[in-house]
Write a protein that binds this ligand. Structure first.
Ligand code: ATP
Ligand code: MG
Length: 426
């Protein structure tokens, strides 16, 4: 037996419906905010991520799927979406379009990580990017879109954590100060953090190891050291969010795993999964496009981890998506064409309808209908077909009656709704 590559997953039905549903809701919600989809390659030049995400990051340092192609070029399976968006912005001259530009993406990302629940080597992200607006109002829109989206999925326990990373110029003095404060504890830090000391000291703040968290809790928060402009920016973001009723919690040690973030940074965590279970990360990145050789275009956005999102979806939402009532049509004798014709009427009325095509007898056909969970069976034999009739059977009640073909949809629909139904109009 050939097995799937470690860290990849098969998303099987019916769970795949949840994936379709959250993706469709993303298109709907972010579309309502004016975001259009950008579809980008999974394969990019390695240099894009080295320069875009940053050499000292975990992603570039140890998580990339990088290989040399047949012509000796170094390619990488994309580990995240924003660098690709920035590349596409520059390459396609999107700067010519009216700004700001609102872009949405969804799709697989690849990182060579230690596999565990919620951590895979191929995983999917759903994200938006707002390009060309440097204002706090832009950050607020992105956070409102995120909040709206999570609300529509039925979440009521997710927490948005927010921090101020300041401007890139604020970084070096803060890092120096941080190292000074951490100096006496350097040897007590975990091995990862001792490596981060030189490579990416800010990431020490973000370490999940309890001992490191204790040490870090004594340090000066970065937000207290940033420029007045950066502080005013993020204060304004908080103020507007409060007016809009979008609750955010200050998170003074929050830093992100990518170098390009500045000023506003945020994460969404699920208390259900513990506060380390980050479902979404995002923030402002005003220098990224310029760093990649493009114009000085500011940006703000986020990426939701779809695997983790689906993992913690509220139960009521899952039920609504998974329990789609459906009809099983069982032909008896030479009624295959009549069965499909009846099914077509139901399908056109928006009813999920499966036809028995394996040549089962009536008895076996009804057994199959019950086993697959059909709420209604429609039985049609040669005689019924000739008279333009069919038998509609309520599977739960075990009751059935004969109806004319024209009255079929009308007869079936109330039976499907009996349990509250799953058709919420989408
Ligand atoms: P973490 O701290 O969990 O490693 P990260 O900071 O590397 O997250 P981001 O690069 O910000 O994550 O990506 C945004 C979101 O994508 C994360 O919040 C998470 O939900 C999801 N994500 C990241 N890496 C993985 C992975 N290996 N498997 C599944 N989901 C992931
Ligand atoms: Mg990571």
């Amino acid at each position: 037996m050939i097995r799937k590559v470690k860290g990849t997953r098969d998303i099987l039905p019916p769970e795949s419906r949840l994936w379709q549903a959250v993706e469709a809701e993303a298109v709907r919600t972010f579309g309502a905010f004016g975001y259009d989809e950008i579809r980008l390659p999974l394969l990019e030049p390695t240099e894009l991520f080295v320069r875009g995400v940053g050499e000292g990051t975990d992603i570039v340092g140890k998580e990339m799927y990088t290989f040399t192609d047949r012509k000796g070029r170094s390619l990488t399976l994309r580990p995240e979406g924003t660098a690709g968006v920035a590349r596409a912005y520059i390459e396609n001259g999107l700067g010519q379009r009216p700004h700001p530009l609102r872009l949405f993406y969804a799709g697989p990302m690849f990182r060579y990580e230690k596999m565990q629940r919620g951590r895979y080597r191929q995983f999917s992200q759903i994200g938006i990017e707002l390009l060309g607006a440097a204002t706090p109002e832009a950050d607020v829109e992105v956070l409102l879109a995120l909040h709206t989206y999570l609300g529509r999925l039925g979440f009521d326990d997710l927490v948005i954590l927010l921090n101020d990373l300041g401007d890139p110029e604020d970084r070096a003095p803060y890092v120096a100060r941080l190292k000074e404060e951490l100096g006496p504890h350097r040897e007590a830090l975990c091995a990862d953090c001792r490596r981060r000391w030189d490579e990416n000291p800010l990431r020490i703040l973000d370490c999940k190891v309890e001992r490191c968290r204790e040490i870090v809790s004594g340090t000066t928060p970065i937000a207290e050291t940033v420029s007045a402009e950066a502080r005013a920016h993020v204060d304004r973001v908080r103020e507007l969010l409060e007016t809009l009723g979008v609750a955010v919690r200050p998170a003074p040690r929050l830093v992100r795993g990518l170098d390009y973030y500045m000023r506003t940074v945020f994460e969404v965590v699920s208390p259900a999964l513990g506060e380390h279970a980050v479902i979404c990360g995002g923030g402002r990145y005003d220098r990224l496009i310029a760093d990649l050789g493009g114009p000085a275009v500011p940006g703000v956005g986020f990426a939701i981890g779809e695997d983790r999102l689906v993992d913690v979806l509220p139960e009521a939402y899952c039920r609504r998506v998974l329990e789609v009532p459906f009809v099983a049509v069982v032909p008896v004798g030479a009624a295959a064409a009549a069965a499909q014709a009846l099914a077509q009427r139901l399908r056109e009325a928006g009813v999920r309808t499966e036809v028995e095509v394996s040549g089962r007898s009536l008895r076996a056909g009804l057994k199959w209908a019950a086993k697959t969970g059909a709420r209604v069976a429609v039985i049609v034999g040669e005689d019924e077909a000739a008279r333009g009739e069919a038998v509609v059977r309520d599977m739960a009640a075990g009751e059935q009656r004969t109806v004319t073909v024209d009255a079929l949809v009308e007869a079936v629909e109330p039976l499907l709704e009996a349990d509250g139904g799953a058709d919420d109009g989408h």
